[in-house]
Design a protein around this ligand. Sequence first.
Ligand SMILES: [Zn+2]
Length: 537
Amino acid sequence: MINLKKENPIKTLTQSKLILYTALFLVLFDNYSFFSNVLKVYPLNITNIGPLLSLGFVLFAVIVLLFTLLSSKFTTKPILIIVVIVSSLTNYFMNTYHIVVDESMIRNTMQTNINESMDLLSIKQVVYFLFLGLLPAWYIYKAEIYYRGFKSELIAKVKLIALALAIVGVSAFAFGGFYASFLREHKPLRFTTNPTYWIYSLGKYISLTYNSGPIVLKAIGEDATIESSDKMKKIVIMVVGEAARADHFSLNGYERETNPLLKKEDIINFSNTFSCGTSTAESVPCMFSVYDRSDYSYKKGISTENVVDVLKHTNKIALLWRDNNSDSKGVALRIPYQNYKSAKNNTICENGECRDVGMLVGLDDFIEKNRDKDIFIVLHQMGNHGPEYYKRYPKAFEKFTPTCKTNQLEQCSEAEVNNAYDNALLYTDYFLTQTIDFLKKYNSNYKTAMIYMSDHGESLGEGGLYLHGLPYFIAPDAQKHIGTIMWFDEKMKQDFDVKKLKANSDKEFSQDNLFSTLLGLFKVKTEVYEAQKDMLR
Ligand SMILES: [Zn+2]
């Protein structure tokens, strides 16, 4: 392959060069699945040619970066040899069976014995193994690497890392829109990159297998009681919104009328509220948890009881979680839960899309059955779930047109994306008003309230960014500034200083405030209640 004519030819091979050659080899010969999948989504044409080429360079850069960080006199060769051999096999399995080598696949493989593995063996596999695995491994094994002094090797390493980062940086800068789409809308594509994805999955497998003892749930607020002289019971419906960014609410000054119905209700609009995370999985458990954003982690969240559990400890509140989104993200594990994304429960579904208003159907029965208790119901909305905003509302709500009718948002104009998104917000405006109307029926016998809080915001193409989920510290406000609205009937209003609340409703709040606000609303006495965080005090 390489024609070296010097006296001691092989000695000219440095560690850096070996890493570059191996990375190039892996990109060219072990990523057939990846590139063919990419071409299915981004066909080869004049607009895509630049981003597609850069994708090859970025994959190369990521592999170089990985190898460089793990390289040393004693580790470089063994690591490269193992990687080319394993990658030849993952390449074979991906091409032949179209599988993805993820953490559960590795778990399965580890539990498979040798005899079962032999059943899968084929001539084709042997060919892959010999030519893409053993042959390059043999070359790496035989290569005599010329190691320079520590300082020179360190400088070479820094250069390689800088090169890799420069490739990634330039690509992201030149084709930002393409990479946003690639990373957010076509997640599965990266599952077939080789060797990066199987190495990532192996790491995940190891950390999940050896790092996670059984989760012990820590109880909090077991002292919770309701000592209220109220003769009236309460009904509180909490709506957890989806991807509703505050600056698209006309209540917050958006130039389009996206809250035509809510503005007629006597609501309090908390115009300056921020989320805990930028994804459903992060924000939903965090907003109900006792921990503040700065203190919250996934593990702490699932191993500590949340505010719904504390309400349950009072034994005086009937609880229900209805979900038309994904699930409760662990919040409703210990209270009654109903899946309303299924036509089995939700009576208002069309073409596989179940509507949020369907969650209101039948709630009367639940209230009737729990007549001696306060009621707390959570409705987890489908809301503005992207990228297919145009599917999130019935035809009657298509007020802003033309709309983007594909899941590849970057192919639509910004106006079309915004139109579809705003129509979905209009539908939420309708749903929240329907919820308020539902509560009004109970005004004579109950104190009632509706609390609405979105889980996170959404990017709609600003700076080439779409959807949500960016790391919090780099995410734009569009993904963090969330819609938050409350409504109280006349009797419930007597519990607070409504005038003052309205005057201060543009104060900065966050999902950290929800925990104590809900406890305060039900007048729960417990050591975990913090009055200074209660939005209504
Ligand atoms: Zn969400």
